[in-house]
Design a protein around this ligand. Structure first.
Ligand SMILES: C[S@@+](CC[C@H](N)C(=O)[O-])C[C@H]1O[C@@H](n2cnc3c(N)ncnc32)[C@H](O)[C@@H]1O
Length: 232
């Protein structure tokens, strides 16, 4: 596999979740006509799903390579917060095939997709039906897929081995929103990996905080950190 199978509706979501998948022409259109037209018209009718499937796959493969050495044999259940369509999880599934995936996501697309820090956490760009279809189309067995709607479902409450949140938790919205929940579903061995612009802040929250990647060329200038063990 060197590309995802991606229907048009999913390709639109992928571009909204990962703006770097849009080609320079689309980015110019976004600049000219604004985010509303881009999110609601351009991404609906003017995308080439095949090329987005390929680019999304390459992007997620690169993300996987930053995380690969932290994914262990005994990590059986993975919790992904704000995984978007779940391209990364498809790649993890291909490589290991013995993991079960729990996704916490949202089931709507904001009218004007903004990529800033949103303390009220109103921004979302997903459709859970499209996500499930995308995962199964790309060979993730439906028995391994558990999707929870952050706004409406009771979230899973057992201990996870690995929690992953790329460009979502503490990148677009405050870690605090999930802090108590993460305490409940983790133990001292659970690895919690996410992107943040304030890595040092987490030294007061976790026993161990390790930076595994630094992005200085993005607007957010974020760090990817891996945290273990809540201090209190
Ligand atoms: C920038 S996208 C990143 C998607 C994916 N992690 C990636 O790296 O391609 C952020 C995702 O977080 C989701 N999101 C927003 N608020 C959330 C929340 N409270 N819980 C879970 N997901 C959330 C959005 O719907 C969106 O899919």
């Amino acid at each position: 596999m060197n590309s995802f199978i991606i229907p048009k509706q999913a390709a639109r979501l992928a571009v909204l979740q990962r703006i770097e998948l849009a080609n320079p022409f689309l980015l110019k259109i976004r600049k000219l006509f604004g985010r509303y037209i881009f999110s609601n018209l351009v991404t609906k009718y003017f995308l080439n799903a095949n090329s987005i499937g390929k680019k999304y796959y390459e992007t997620m493969l690169n993300e996987f390579l930053t995380l690969e050495k932290f994914i262990e044999q005994n990590h059986k259940s993975i919790l992904s917060i704000g995984a978007g369509l779940g391209g990364l999880e498809i790649i993890i599934n291909q490589k290991y095939n013995d993991k079960t995936f729990f996704f916490i996501e949202r089931n709507y697309v904001s009218k004007k997709v903004k990529y800033g820090w949103d303390s009220s956490n109103n921004e979302a760009y997903n459709d859970l039906k499209v996500q499930k279809e995308f995962l199964t189309l790309n060979q993730m067995d439906h028995k391994k897929i558990n999707i929870f709607d952050y706004d409406h479902d009771i979230l899973p409450e057992f201990k996870f081995d690995l929690v992953i949140s790329l460009l979502s938790l503490d990148y677009h919205y405050d870690f605090q929103i999930y802090q108590n929940y993460l305490k409940k579903i983790s133990n001292t061995d659970t690895l919690i990996i996410f992107d943040t612009i304030r890595a040092d802040y987490f030294k007061k929250i976790f026993k161990s905080v390790e930076t595994i990647r630094t992005d200085i060329n993005t607007v957010h200038k974020s760090k990817r950190i891996i945290c273990r063990g809540f201090l209190t």
